[in-house]
Design a protein around this ligand. Sequence first.
Ligand SMILES: [Ca+2]
Ligand SMILES: [Ca+2]
Length: 341
Amino acid sequence: MRQVPVKRAFACVMIAVLPACTGAPEQADAPRTATDFATSARCPSPPDTPVHIKGDTFMMGSDAVYAEEGPPRLTQVSAFWIDRHEVTNAQFVAFVKATGHVTVAEKPVDPAQFGVPASQIPAFMLEPGSAVFTPPARPSRNYADWWAYVPGANWKKPYGPQGPDAVAGQPVVHLAWEDMQAYARWKGGRLPTEAEWEYAASAGAPDSAAQPGPDAANSWQGVFPVVNEASDGFEGIAPVGCFAPNAFGLYDMVGNVWEVTADFFRPGHDPRAADNPRGPSENDAYDPLNPGFASRVMKGGSYLCAPNYCQRYRPESRQGRDPGLGASNVGFRLVYDRAPR
Ligand SMILES: [Ca+2]
Ligand SMILES: [Ca+2]
C-alpha cells in the first residue's frame, strides 16, 4: 500500500516548480491584487435541499477532448441524492460553529512533511496558507506562473489575507480532503463517486454534443491567464445559483469551482468498471502532475477554465487533486444514500 498522502504534500511539488519556493520573487512582474476579484453581484439563492437522482445507465467518459477522459463506456449508477449547489461558505460556517473544526490551511505546517532538509524550506511555506491563483502580467502556459502558496489564504480569505472576506453565498474553497470529509460526516453525506458526479452533471444528455458548454456556469472569457474579460459577470468566484440549473436542477456543475470526488485519480477510465465504479485503488492511483502521492478526482472545471487553455467546463472533465492542500478554485458538494435530514 502506498504511503497515505500527508498534509501539504502539494508543497513538495511546489518546492520543485514554483519560483516562489526557490527564494525568487513570486512573480517577475507585479501581479494584480487579490481585490481585483471581489464581486458584489447578487444572484437568486437556490434552496439547500438536495435533489434525488434516479439510477440509470449513461455514457461515462469521452474521447473527444482530453485523453484522460476516455474511453467512453456505458456505466450504471444507482440512485442517490446530491446537493443542489456547491457547498457554500454559509453552510461551512454552520459546520464550523457546530464543531469547532479548524481547516488544514489554518494550521501550522509540519516541516517534516516536505521530505527535504529544513534549510531548503522557505520560511513562508511553513506558515498556514493555501494555493491562490495569482494572474501573471504576461502570457504563459506554465501553471507555476499563476499559482502561488499564499500565507493567510484559507476559506475565510479565499484570495489571500489582503483580499475580500469569503461571501456567504459563494462556494467554500481552500479545503483539504480531511476538511471535506469532516464536513461530510457532520452533514450525514459523503463525497460523490466520479460516476455519480458525472451522471448528475450530464443530466441525461445522450451525448457530449448535447451537454452544457462554457456559458452554462462561471468560466473564463479571454486569453488565459492574462486577459479575464469576465463577460459572464464574474472575474472570480460567483455565488451559487447565478447560472441556470441543468435538467436535474443542479447548479454550477460545469464551472465556478472544481468539485472533489471520492475516487482516486489516474489518467483514463478502466473500461471494465461499468457498474457503480469507484475508481482505482489508492495503490493504482497516479497523477502525472502530482506523481508523489495519490490524488483524488475533481470534476467540472472552474472560473479559471478558458477555451485557450482548459476546456474542462464539461461533465467528463477530470483532473487530479492534491488531497493535502486546498486551492482558490476547488470546492465540493455532497451526495447522500438516503433522504437527507
Ligand atoms: Ca467568469
Ligand atoms: Ca462546480
